[in-house]
Write a protein that binds this ligand. Structure first.
Ligand code: NAP
Length: 285
């Protein structure tokens, strides 16, 4: 029997509607709307699409989005000065720096300049450390969104083998921490793992975040498993695809996310959720 599709777009829309309601209630109680500063340096076309989606989601969720579109020539010091002024700005609850940054700017230095209480991407070492220590505060959006998709399926990771392919700071590593927190038995695969097949075929819950189309073959998928494809790749035909061979996996999995329309919308919805919660902590402690 083919898999059931996990409709990330519809689940994310529900999150955004709930967030909108909560924001409207805050405003009705005399509070200001949450404010999100979105910083983009340079004109990377993929970043421009992501930033546009995030600003659109702010409008849908009732969150004020403040655009800072900076030229490629912006220096690291100029970017730090902007972040420091946003850290002090009482109308801003969240600061998002769209990655990747130009090569002359060091990503880790910039992330660490953001006030952890306004780090709505959840990338600051303080927030990642909180997650590692099982006391999460602001959680990295993509893995957090994946946990909501797993909740939606209703299959608890407790006692199940969860396999994460990809170990980046923004997806794979925090994903493994989230799955541990959910009680899963977690294996993380990365570029030195070699043959992925034995790991994939034993996964009850499989999360793939590499950025290479077809790295997971359909025939490797454990029958009935949950397959979450984080990968986002643009083919020569301009179409988006994930990392998993979708057609093959669809025939074997129990549940599977499409690309697009799976994890991507959930990442943005969790950004809205983090911004709302950051505002609530500031305005309604
Ligand atoms: P990344 O920083 O390039 O990390 C890729 C990871 O894959 C690394 O940990 C790397 O291992 C690992 N890897 C490379 N070759 C491998 C192999 N042969 N076998 C197993 N692992 C291998 O990418 P990322 O930022 O995590 O993003 C991954 C994908 O997710 C991309 O397609 C990106 O566009 C997509 N993405 C989607 C969303 C969304 O909202 N849908 C959000 C973020 C990212 P090492 O650590 O050993 O180098």
């Amino acid at each position: 029997m083919p898999a059931q599709l996990i409709d990330g777009k519809a689940i994310a829309a529900k999150f955004k509607r709930d967030i909108r309601e909560q924001v409207d209630q805050m405003v009705a109680r005399g509070m200001r709307r949450p404010g999100l500063a979105v910083i983009m340096v340079g004109d990377n076309p993929a970043s421009a699409v992501y930033v546009r989606n995030k600003r659109k989601a702010c409008a849908e969720s009732g969150i004020v989005s403040v655009a800072h579109d900076l030229p490629y020539s912006t220096t690291q010091q100029e970017l730090i000065q902007l972040i420091e002024s946003l850290n002090r700005d009482p109308s801003i609850d969240g600061i998002l720096v769209q990655l990747p940054l130009p090569q002359h700017i060091e990503q880790s230095v910039i992330i660490e300049k953001i006030d952890p209480a306004k780090d709505v991407d959840g990338f600051h070492p303080f927030n990642v450390g909180r997650l590692a220590l099982r006391v999460p505060l602001i959680r990295p959006c993509t893995p957090y969104g994946v946990t909501k998709l797993i909740d939606h399926v209703g299959l608890s990771p407790k006692g199940r083998h969860c396999v994460v392919i990809g170990a980046s700071n923004i997806v794979g590593r925090p994903m493994a921490l989230e799955l541990l927190l959910m009680g899963g038995t977690v294996t993380v695969c990365h570029r030195f793992t070699g043959d992925l097949k034995p790991y994939v075929s034993s996964a009850d819950i499989l999360i793939v975040a590499v950025g290479r189309p077809g790295i997971v073959r359909g025939e490797w998928i454990k029958p009935g498993s949950v397959v979450i494809d984080v990968g986002m790749n643009r083919g020569a035909d301009g179409k988006l695809c994930g990392d998993v061979d979708f057609d093959g996996a669809y025939e074997r999995a129990g549940w599977i996310t499409p690309v697009p329309g799976g994890v991507g919308p959930m990442t943005v919805a969790m950004l809205m959720k983090n911004t709302l919660e950051s505002a609530e902590a500031r305005l309604d402690p």
